[in-house]
Design a protein around this ligand. Structure first.
Ligand code: IMP
Length: 429
């Protein structure tokens, strides 16, 4: 059976959780493989809202197994909050949720350093990254520098205490001496807290790469749930205004241990306009009434930080780069209904950079920052999509808009169009 990966094609917040919820009906196992609690995946089922940061959003489907792979930076405290919340809402995770025993932990000192570094950048350069403050960068840094602590270290708590105490002292020094901030973390209290956390987490720890290998051999269908979006990729995104993991398709294999050759369907989630949280260049960003309307109608507020998202028109130059990087086999179109009231809608088709016209996304962020969008304009459809049950039944102008969008994205076929937040407001194709 075909295994699928679901990847955000823009700067995140494309509506991945809804697509994963929809696709998980046809899957057996949902796997997260990168990012951490910086992700905010919102799903609405029968009017009930669920927000996940650590747990794969597939957990709502009661017969699905969920896996947190090795490439995720694992925030155990956040994870346990979500498990408690799920239990209080009658969703049982028993024997359906597994955590890699080699995933790196996000520990309280990572969050302290994340925030301290942002404050320092802001003070000294005036240009902070605008991180979520969830300790993501510092946790991935420790992994790369090879001083990270992994979930499996919780299995031998004395070893965890030894490693944690060493890191605690190093991070305290770094925070106080380099960032000039108070290190507000008690060693003994944190260790006691983690003693309790370890009791709850260790039963879930698994060699998830082997587990997935076995399940695939048995013919189970795996769905890989990406977090963030392609242009937050540490290599291919708008560096340094990116997250600290690879968010494009390359990380599916590394972050789950599943062989790349086993992933045959790569679904790009495409929002019909563009948003971005945090800092960094954004050529189609709108500062007018249209931008405000996209933000309010689209409910464009970060699920993790509550920050308003910056909004702009659809950028096909960005999307073509995303198709190129990820090799999308299908596109899932989201939030079409947000455009219902617009009289005119625009798509950026090219950039003007230093007086030259280009259709190519520039790899260097300084060049990208100079890009001015060149638009095509479309008439809006100005009606509700509530009664549309098929692609054909969409209003004529909506189809003109979507057909052009598809053409600009190398003709990749759509697998669904979302016309509202609820599971039922989905046109499958
Ligand atoms: P970090 O991942 O918290 O280090 O933040 C780095 C950048 O990625 C910031 O601009 C964040 O706003 C952005 N970011 C991180 N996670 C998400 C997400 O799930 N959606 C959208 N933006 C995100």
């Amino acid at each position: 059976m075909a295994n699928s990966a679901v990847i955000g094609s823009q700067w995140g917040d494309e509506g991945k959780a809804k697509v994963i919820d929809y696709l998980s009906e046809k899957s057996d196992i949902v796997v997260r493989y990168q990012g951490g609690a910086n992700a905010g995946h919102t799903v609405i089922v029968d009017g009930k809202k669920f927000v996940f940061h650590m747990v794969p959003s597939g957990i709502i489907s009661k017969d699905k197994i969920c896996v947190i792979g090795n490439g995720v930076v694992f925030d155990a405290e956040q994870f346990l909050c979500e498990i408690d919340e799920l239990a209080s809402r009658g969703i049982d995770i028993e024997k359906r949720l597994f955590v890699s025993d080699i995933a790196h932990l996000v520990l309280p000192y990572h969050k302290i350093i994340d925030i301290a570094r942002e404050e320092m950048l802001s003070k000294e350069t005036g240009t902070k990254i605008g991180t979520t403050g969830k300790g993501i960068g510092p946790a991935y840094s420790d992994k790369s520098v090879r001083c990270g602590i992994r979930t499996g270290d919780l299995l031998d708590f004395d070893l965890f205490v030894k490693k944690f105490s060493e890191q605690y002292n190093e991070k305290k020094k770094m925070t106080e001496q380099f960032y000039g901030k108070k290190f507000d973390l008690s060693l003994s209290q944190t260790i006691e807290n983690y003693r309790n956390i370890a009791k709850k987490i260790t039963p879930l720890l698994t060699d998830t790469a082997y587990f997935l290998f076995e399940q695939d051999k048995k013919g189970k269908k795996l769905l890989f749930e990406g977090a963030q979006g392609t242009f937050l990729d540490i290599d291919h995104g708008t560096y340094p205004f990116v997250t600290s993991s690879n968010t494009s398709v390359g990380s599916v294999a590394a972050g789950s241990g599943m062989a790349a050759s086993k992933i045959s369907e790569i679904i790009g989630i495409v929002k019909v306009y563009t948003t971005r949280v945090g800092n960094g260049p954004f050529p189609t960003e709108l500062f007018d009434e249209d931008g405000v309307n996209l933000q309010t109608i689209g409910g464009e507020k970060g699920a993790t930080t509550g920050r308003p998202r910056r909004c702009g028109w659809f950028d096909s130059v960005l999307l073509r780069k995303s198709v190129q990087l990820n090799g999308f086999t299908k596109l899932a179109i989201t939030k079409l209904d947000v455009l219902n009231t617009f009289k005119k809608i625009k798509i950026c088709v090219k950039y003007e950079i230093d007086g030259k016209i280009t259709e190519q996304f520039p790899s260097c962020v300084e060049t990208f920052a100079k890009a001015k969008p060149i638009y095509e304009e479309f008439d809006g459809w100005q009606c509700s999509l509530d009664n549309c049950k098929s692609y054909d039944s969409l209003p004529k102008n909506a189809k003109i808009y979507l057909n052009r969008l598809k053409e600009l994205c190398f003709g990749v076929d759509f697998c669904m169009v979302s016309i509202g937040p609820d599971r039922s407001q989905t046109i499958g194709m």
